[in-house]
Design a protein around this ligand. Structure first.
Ligand SMILES: [Fe+2]
Length: 347
């Protein structure tokens, strides 16, 4: 028996997952499972509904959504899954919960390098994993990921967990460039430069720089915009003022980027509307919203990076292929455990 949307969404609400409810059998709707936080995607969904009349229902969770779709099987109400990072896009394909999107609109809007060759996932935005550096305590204007293991940074570096998808993606790119052995040595060096045990999100590390606990941190680019414009928590504007962004490896291979994107689920009950949504998210209009509201890098050619994002400096993206990164994720995760990265500095 197919679950009703209302039942699923009520269960999600009871489980403490953010959701917006909708009539159970509304004809024109699309059900979105999202790893992306509701505040990030709502402006896009509002624009989609205004243009198409299709209602959107969102179930948000920070983990386990691919597995949930797999467990729900044919009864899953999910039409699409919105994710961050190639690891989760590719992970959904590996779980067998996706189906290919056959759409000329998508093929035309998204360059081949940002979509699965078989159409199982579609990239929507790029984000760079950069260094946030204290304006007061860091003089240099350029940096590399490699030098994060240099003892000159001892006790000065803050980051979130080594096992977070963003960190894994970066370490996987190091494995692709340098091999596992050299990356292990590097990672142990980075660990010994940590000011504290990895904890908290990317913004918490910038807060720590503001508070003087560390001098540099790893973080995704758009958080700078989210802090600079945060009227709800204006103290974040102060955190942002205390740092500037350094784009690592600008003088050689470029900075590590991670791709956020979408998949169409295997048993999407509202497939037509789901494809409509995917096509909309690849349109210039949606890509502009991503650029202006979310401070991300659009993937659709011809859509400009926002002025605010440009003000942080120029991004030269590492041209490593997404499959090379996806392939090395497992090794990266094993290295994080092997060097005890999340335990903090050895001495
Ligand atoms: Fe994020």
């Amino acid at each position: 028996m197919r679950y009703t949307i209302r039942a699923i969404l009520s269960a999600a609400t009871l489980a403490g997952i953010a959701s917006t409810s909708a009539p159970a059998f509304a004809a024109d709707e699309v059900n979105i499972y999202s790893y992306r936080q509701p505040f990030l995607i709502q402006p896009l969904l509002d624009a989609f509904t205004a243009e198409t009349g299709v209602k959107t229902n969102v179930v948000f969770a920070s983990k386990g959504l691919g597995e949930r779709i797999a467990a729900e099987g044919e009864n899953s109400p999910a039409d699409v899954l919105l994710t961050v990072d190639i690891g989760r896009l590719d992970g959904a394909k590996q779980l067998g919960v996706t189906q290919p999107v056959n759409s000329d609109v998508v093929t035309e809007n998204i360059p081949a390098q940002f979509r699965d060759p078989e159409g199982h996932w579609i990239g929507l935005t790029n984000r760079a994993r950069v260094i946030y550096a204290s304006r007061d305590r860091v003089d240099q204007d350029s940096i590399t990921y490699e030098e994060l293991s240099d003892p000159k940074w001892k006790g000065r570096l803050c980051t979130r967990s080594g096992q977070h998808v963003y960190t894994i993606g970066l370490i996987a790119s190091m494995v692709a460039h340098h091999g596992a052995e050299e990356t292990e040595e590097w990672l142990a060096g980075v660990r010994d430069n940590l000011a504290r045990k990895p904890a908290g999100n990317d913004r918490a590390q910038v807060k720590a720089i503001y508070a003087g606990e560390c001098d540099i941190s790893l973080g995704n680019t758009y958080y700078m915009g989210k802090m600079e414009t945060n009227d709800k928590e204006p103290e974040q504007k102060e955190w942002a003022k205390s740092v500037r962004i350094l784009f690592p490896n600008s003088d050689d291979r470029g900075s590590h980027v991670n791709l956020a994107g979408i998949v169409l689920t295997k048993h999407a009950p509202n497939k037509d509307n789901a494809v409509k949504l995917i096509e909309f998210l690849t349109s210039a209009k949606a890509q502009e919203i991503y650029a202006e509201t979310n401070f991300e890098y659009p993937v659709t050619p011809g859509v400009a990076v926002s002025e605010r994002v440009q003000s942080w400096g120029e991004l030269k993206p590492d041209s490593l292929s997404l499959s090379d990164i996806a392939e090395n994720r497992k090794t990266a995760s094993e290295l994080v455990d092997k060097v005890g990265f999340d335990d903090g500095p050895a001495s």
